[in-house]
Design a binder for this molecule. Structure first.
Ligand SMILES: [Zn+2]
Length: 263
């Protein structure tokens, strides 16, 4: 997504009216390219590159509150961004969206200054995740911290950094065994003395999706056996254990996971 363009849109745009949004947009059932008007055999079901003009065509639903019928449209990238902004305003997520974009732009600037070259979108996202991680740790928010580690694992997976991704997933698994939670806030400040890890007996909740991804990485991407996976788990959790003083030792966590047939 073009973030600079979104910012320009945010600054210039009020909530688009039904008329202004619809103008120049192609209803999905027309099965036409919004750029070059070429006809397709059937309506698009999702994003597609036009075989004639090679532009990316986006599929969206128009955000009108009085929607007796939901209007689906095939639109240009710019139109899709306008619709996303309009949706954010309707859903009340517009402020968050705006803050997210501001953070992204300021991170881009600071990395650019630091490195002397323009950072990639992926680099910017990674550094925003790192910032988030520090913020959650500082605020004693270990549930949120665990969620950020999970997003890092997903980020690395998308980059095909499978070894690093697997390590982050194991990190999530170890945190889950320890039952991470978020300290309560009072007067706008987190309670830093609150114990924010609370392992449940005999095992804290382990998300099946995490296990599935670890097995996929182990068998198909990194290609290691169970014993190597256990060593990796101990390596990763030892670092977390040392840094965060988590209540369950890596060995005990591994034992629990083996007993529960996770490994
Ligand atoms: Zn086209």
């Amino acid at each position: 997504m073009g973030f600079v363009r979104i910012i320009k849109n945010l600054l210039s745009l009020n909530i688009p009216t039904e008329h202004s949004l619809k103008e120049g947009m192609v209803p999905l059932e027309d099965a036409k390219c919004p750029y070059c008007n070429s006809n397709f055999e059937k309506p698009l079901s999702r994003k597609k590159t036009c075989p004639v003009c090679q532009h990316d065509i986006f599929v969206r639903t128009l955000p009108f509150k009085n929607d007796k019928e939901r209007i689906r449209v095939a639109v240009t990238e710019q139109q899709a961004e306008n619709i996303d902004i309009a949706w954010a305003k309707v859903n009340g997520t517009y402020d968050d969206m705006q803050k997210g974009i501001q953070k992204y732009e300021s991170k881009k600037k600071s990395l650019n200054k630091l490195w002397g070259i323009e950072p990639s979108g992926s680099d910017i996202e990674w550094h925003l995740l790192l910032d988030e991680l520090i913020e959650h740790a500082k605020n004693n928010q270990w549930g949120l911290y665990r969620n950020t580690i999970l997003r890092m694992a997903e980020h690395l997976y998308k980059l095909k950094e499978f070894d690093q991704s697997l390590r982050k997933y194991l990190n999530v698994l170890y945190l889950d065994v320890n039952g991470p939670s978020n300290a309560t806030w009072f007067n706008g400040k987190p309670n830093l003395n609150e114990r924010a890890f609370n392992p449940l007996e005999p095992i804290a909740f382990i998300a099946p999706g995490i296990i599935k991804r670890i097995v996929l990485l182990k068998d198909k991407r990194v290609c290691i056996d169970n014993e190597e996976l256990k060593i990796l788990f101990l390596e990763e959790s030892s670092q977390v254990y040392a840094a965060l003083k988590t209540p369950i030792t890596p060995e005990k966590a591994l034992q629990t996971l083996v007993e529960k047939d996770v490994f």
